[in-house]
Design a protein around this ligand. Structure first.
Ligand code: AMP
Ligand code: MG
Length: 352
């Protein structure tokens, strides 16, 4: 099967194509579409066979539940049994937007969609193409990121074509996504809300609205037996093909260390990849150097992370070294992804 590719913009959605896409989803087919976070691989969330197809297309383990996307807040009551007051508050503030909430599921949501769990992850995306598609499909679209499992999430339709072009029915090309990192996931099945995956909406922003919020311990403790509560967070993810290490410390020391690795590699007849920023790019004379964005505008770093990881897959590099990006607001989300891509390989360097 070769996916049909349709192109449109949020300003000028192609109604006829969206109707067709909605029909494909209603019949149990798969359609990839843009959202404000990353591209999603959509299937009818209430059709167990569609969910099984999503897992197969991505090569995703079937214990890793899918996020159900809605396009009208009022329809949330159809798929959950309870909406706690705090969840309502958060939805008022951040929906539509890059926020996913875990709530107790209604029986209509099949266990295939929730990976066997009694809870369901729900998101109301702000992207207009996504909203129109969800409505055309009947209101509930299960959509994980539209990449092959384990690869970096797709931020352009081209990335989706690379990974899934032969495995699904249609790809809606709506251009490059805005944020570039997956949604923040907040679990409301416990007394105190818990962040299961950091994202554009930071812990501090959540605390402003909700008061007490915890970070899932499985996210903070990486080398212990504590498992993350979101089943998907335990898998190595977002991984580029070459071995990636993060070099952490004062900027000057990081630059010197990475330049050392680049020289060693060159002497051995190899070449390394370097993930730098606009601010440091010029300081790396050797290797293939790519800027991920500017530290002065941290959104640019989030926006380009997956693209840069994918670009290195097309380069002949023996290893990749990246600076660390603990930026003020999105640093937690960016580093969560980068650490997973690196399999938690961190080289700490100091000034001397
Ligand atoms: P993706 O679809 O690639 O954005 O990943 C969705 C993430 O949400 C994965 O890490 C899942 O494990 C997590 N998730 C989905 N549903 C639930 C749920 N009911 N409880 C906990 N985590 C969930
Ligand atoms: Mg994913």
């Amino acid at each position: 099967m070769k996916a049909e590719i349709v192109t449109m913009t949020a300003e000028h959605p192609d109604r006829a194509a969206l109707e067709r896409a909605g029909e494909i989803l209603k019949k149990g087919g798969l359609v990839a579409f843009p959202t404000e976070t990353v591209y999603g691989l959509g299937g009818n969330a209430l059709d167990p066979k569609a969910s099984i197809k999503i897992y197969a297309a991505k090569g995703r383990p079937s214990d890793n539940p899918l996020i159900v996307h809605i396009a009208e807040f009022d329809r949330l009551t159809e798929i959950v049994t309870e909406i706690p007051q705090k969840a309502k508050l958060l939805a008022e503030k951040y929906w539509p937007g890059p926020l996913t909430m875990i709530l107790p599921k209604a029986p209509v949501v099949p266990k295939e969609t929730t990976g066997g769990l009694q809870s369901v992850a729900v998101r109301f995306p702000s992207d207009r193409i996504a909203q129109e598609l969800i409505k055309a499909a009947g209101g509930f679209v299960a959509a994980p990121s539209a990449n092959t499992s384990g690869r970096p999430s797709p931020t352009t339709a081209q990335h989706v074509i690379e990974d899934l072009g032969d495995a699904i029915d249609m790809i809606i090309d709506g251009g490059q996504v805005g944020i570039g990192l997956e949604s923040t996931i907040v679990d409301f099945t416990e007394e105190i809300p818990v962040v299961l995956r950091p994202g554009y909406i930071s812990l501090e922003m959540l605390r402003e609205t909700l008061g007490e919020v915890r970070m899932d311990r499985g996210l903070l403790i990486t080398d212990s037996k504590v498992r993350p509560k979101a089943p998907g967070m335990k898998y190595r993810h977002y991984a580029p093909k070459a071995d990636l290490s993060i070099v952490e410390g004062p900027t000057e020391a990081v630059v010197a260390a990475i330049n050392g690795y680049a020289s060693d590699a060159e002497q051995a007849g190899r070449q390394v990849g370097i993930i730098a920023t606009d601010e440091t790019m010029e300081q790396y004379p050797k290797g293939i150097v790519k800027s991920i964005g500017s530290r002065a505008e941290e959104e640019t770093i989030a926006h380009h992370l997956y693209e840069v990881l994918r670009e290195f897959d097309r380069c002949q590099v023996s290893a990749i070294y990246s600076e660390a990006f603990y930026t003020p607001r999105m640093g937690q989300a960016i580093m969560n992804r980068l650490l997973k891509a690196a399999g938690h390989k961190v080289i700490k360097v100091s000034q001397d």
